[in-house]
Design a protein around this ligand. Structure first.
Ligand code: NAD
Length: 731
């Protein structure tokens, strides 16, 4: 035994302890399940054992299922993977049901052995599904602990009975934030919500006490007792009916049908509610199998869990000593600089926030204060925490205050000259080892680095707006950027708990390079007479948070026009987007600059709320009488982005397809169910993707020409993740 061990004492209590060797957090594997099964069999068979406490030797109970195992389960399931998966899941249900029934007489429900769970800390995923199968759950009073079922976040749903048990325990309505949104709570709130039973100082002692005093009746779950009724009502019940109808509408409204796991989860809850408990578990297992068989789930697990975590842990960090930042200089206290100061102070980093005028610098710091005030109103921030964070930020115009900074991030106006000037001033004020980063979104890092005598210490750290909300940071290596600078940027991003990708320097780096064609394709379609609502909704039905026209309104038309002019000036005759510019310049000329001017592709009311598409668009660009097929619109929007991602890979701007996939989902919400651009192409298959490129190219132009790499993969029958191996490196 390595993961689970059993110890029996003189009072007849068997303590089953979970302690994954070599890991800081327990995660469930196939072998661990077998060990737990053996421990339970032993405890139930041994007459000297009166009851069982299941606990953990670590600070937390468990972080869930080892998703690597889930990802591999399908491959290991043989010729009939669906059956293999279903059988495996049913075996897991068998074990948890054995715990729940605890050897009691099936008719009288008497004679079972009480089994309690004692959770020292976090218990998520199967780390909560296992306790839910016991008879009572005790958690330590540990406000840092998280309790819940986050599976939906990575494209699956709780498939070890958590769905069926929680829906029956709380009712479909009360269970929905936990099942459908993966909401996690601290132990006290989890008790309030009914996820667990008790919060105590010493959960093992309390669980032992309870086990010693439990009666037969204490062991019978409500759904195993006579006359059980689902809280809030089952589907064909006047009280329950609206919940189920409403849930379906709500889920489809939120997901636009793009996430298979949410639909499957709803089906499991609804169908399960109509039948006895054991049949409901079987239904849950069938839907869980269905989700695991869908390529979306393995792609989401791979990108949003495995690879995201690998990147956060420094998968692409060069060898260099610890580069964690102690004192940060931020140049420019505007929208981005203020956000960078906020997230850095949150990570406990001392920040010197510089602007040209003192009141601008103060305004930048006030952003953090306003953010903390909001947190205080919601009871999330204490006065002490607020003062402590504010004390870390020094707003000033004095560059001498930068003395001692080990990292500078520049976020002044997007202008080569202004940036060069502040770079020189800042570098004169710091020591020779300080790493210097620019948050530019469009200017080449290699060019900007010329303002420094040490271009190997110069790098791009590209944040997305709003800084405190966006999870991704794009790190850009200039031609001369050295390993220590890259390590510094990565260590900093880890400190502020965001996810990094590292790319090489080229126009628009990686993310904006892919986002711009997405927006442009949307605008091209408007020009062709495609209904704007069809364009934006086609994107939303693919799982994008906002359609391309809404996105351009949010980021502003004049920014688009500015980028278009600068790009054309730089590219000359090779510039491909004149057609798109016509519509941008038209909107700009009409003063419809987007949400900020209360008019863009949408009309807005005074408070900035969207009021529908602007009617003037149709006057200028008459609608096609026959609108295109939804899939055609979706493919244009998708291919515009993913082909750019493939080209970025071909050109070595992107060095690792994992970064391309994770970055796309986190930076601009690229169809998360697909796992990202490369995963999407793998789902389509290179051969079909290449064929679609040819069709789209013939219909709409050379921007859809199949990249050589994709053509080669189509010829060889390869996939991206197959070709670039388990490490997923393109190099
Ligand atoms: P902003 O206009 O809100 O802020 C720029 C700040 O820099 C202003 O407070 C200004 O007073 C200050 N500044 C200008 N010249 C200065 C000087 N010589 N010395 C000191 N301070 C000076 O702009 P922003 O949106 O925060 O953008 C800043 C940078 O971040 C730009 O390079 C931009 O391309 C980049 N960026 C912006 C976004 C975005 O969504 N806004 C996203 C990613 C990157």
């Amino acid at each position: 035994m390595t993961d689970f061990t059993i110890q029996k004492d003189a009072e007849g209590i068997a303590t089953i302890t979970w302690d994954c060797p070599g890991k800081s957090m327990n995660v469930m594997s196939g072998e661990a399940l077998e060990e737990l099964n053996a421990c339970i069999d032993d405890a139930l068979a041994d007459e000297a054992v009166k009851g069982v406490v299941i606990t953990s030797a670590k600070a937390d109970f468990a972080g869930g299922m080892d998703l690597n195992v889930l990802a591999e389960m399908k491959a290991q399931a043989g010729d009939n993977p669906a059956k293999g998966l279903f059988d495996g899941i049913m075996q897991m249900h068998g074990l948890l049901r054995k715990i729940e029934l605890a050897g009691m007489d099936p008719k009288t429900k008497k004679g079972g052995k009480p089994i309690a769970a004692a959770l020292p800390g976090t218990a998520v995923g199967i780390g909560l599904e296992l306790p839910l199968a016991t008879h009572r759950i005790f958690a330590a009073d540990n406000p840092k602990a998280k309790i819940g079922l986050p599976e939906i976040m990575v494209g699956i749903f709780p498939g070890a009975g958590g769905t069926t048990r929680l829906a029956r325990k709380l009712g479909a309505m009360a269970a929905s934030p936990f099942l459908l949104e993966g909401k996690l709570l601290d132990p006290k709130k989890a008790k309030g919500a009914g996820l667990i039973d008790e919060v105590v100082d010493d959960p093992v002692a309390a669980a032992r006490d309870w086990v010693l005093n439990a009666t037969d009746a204490d062991l019978v779950k409500p759904w195993d007792a006579k006359g059980y009724k689902m809280p809030g009502g089952a589907p064909y019940n006047p009280a329950g009916f609206p919940t189920f109808v409403g849930a379906s509408a709500m889920v489809n409204g939120k997901t636009k049908g793009a996430f298979p796991a949410a639909k499957a989860l709803l089906s499991a809850v609804y169908e399960g509610a109509l039948v006895p408990f054991d049949t409901a578990l079987k239904i849950e297992a069938r839907w869980f199998t269905n989700v695991l068989m869908n390529p979306s789930s393995s792609a989401m697990i791979r990108s949003l869990f495995l690879n995201k975590e690998a990147l956060e842990k420094g998968a692409n960090r060069p060898e260099a000593p610890d580069q964690r930042v102690k004192k940060l200089g931020v140049l420019g206290a505007g929208m981005m600089g203020a956000g960078i100061a906020l997230v850095s102070a949150q990570a406990g980093i001392e920040v010197v926030l510089i602007d040209a005028k003192q009141d601008a610098a103060d305004k930048g710091k006030a952003y953090t204060e306003a953010y903390l005030d909001k947190g205080m109103k919601r009871g999330k921030v204490t006065e002490e925490k607020k003062q402590q964070m504010l004390s870390l930020i020094t707003p000033t115009t004095d560059y001498a205050m930068l003395d001692g900074c080990d990292l500078i991030i520049e976020a002044v106006f997007e202008d080569m000259g202004v940036k060069a000037e502040v770079t020189k001033k800042a570098l004169a004020a710091v020591g020779p080892d300080c790493i210097y980063a620019s948050n530019t979104s469009t200017l080449p890092i290699t060019e900007l680095a010329k303002a420094s005598d040490n271009p190997e210490q110069f790098i791009g750290i590209h944040f997305f707006s709003p800084v405190e909300k966006m999870l991704l940071v794009e790190i850009i290596k200039g031609e001369k950027t050295g390993d220590r600078a890259t390590a510094k940027a990565l260590d900093y991003v880890r400190q502020i708990r965001k996810t990094p990708i590292v790319v090489n320097d080229a126009r628009f780096f990686y993310c904006n390079r892919c986002i711009i064609p997405y927006i442009n394709e949307g605008m091209r379609m408007v020009k062709e007479g495609v209904a704007p609502a069809l364009i934006d909704n086609a994107a939303r039905m693919l799982g994008f948070p906002v359609g391309p026209l809404q996105l351009v309104d949010e980021t502003s038309i004049d920014l688009g026009a500015k980028i278009a002019r600068a790009t054309k000036a730089a590219m000359g005759n090779a510039y491909p987007d004149d057609e798109v510019d016509e519509i941008i310049f038209f909107m700009e000329g009409e003063g419809r600059l987007g949400r900020k001017s209360k008019g863009g592709f949408f009309d807005y009311d005074e408070s900035g709320k969207r009021q529908g598409y602007w009617a003037g668009l149709e006057d200028k660009y008459p609608r096609l009488e026959t609108q295109p097929d939804l899939i055609e619109v979706q493919h244009r929007l998708m291919f515009a982005q993913v082909l750019e991602a493939v080209r970025a890979l071909e050109e070595n701007v992107l060095m690792d397809i994992r970064e391309g996939d994770v970055g796309a989902i986190l930076a601009w919400g690229f169809a998360p169910w697909s796992g990202g651009p490369f995963s999407w192409l793998d789902i389509l298959g290179a051969e079909y993707a290449a064929e679609r490129c040819d069709q789209l190219q013939a219909a709409y132009g050379d921007r859809f020409a199949c990249p050589d790499l994709l053509r080669d993969m189509a010829d060889k029958g390869q996939s991206f993740y197959g070709r670039f191996g388990s490490e997923a490196k393109a190099a």
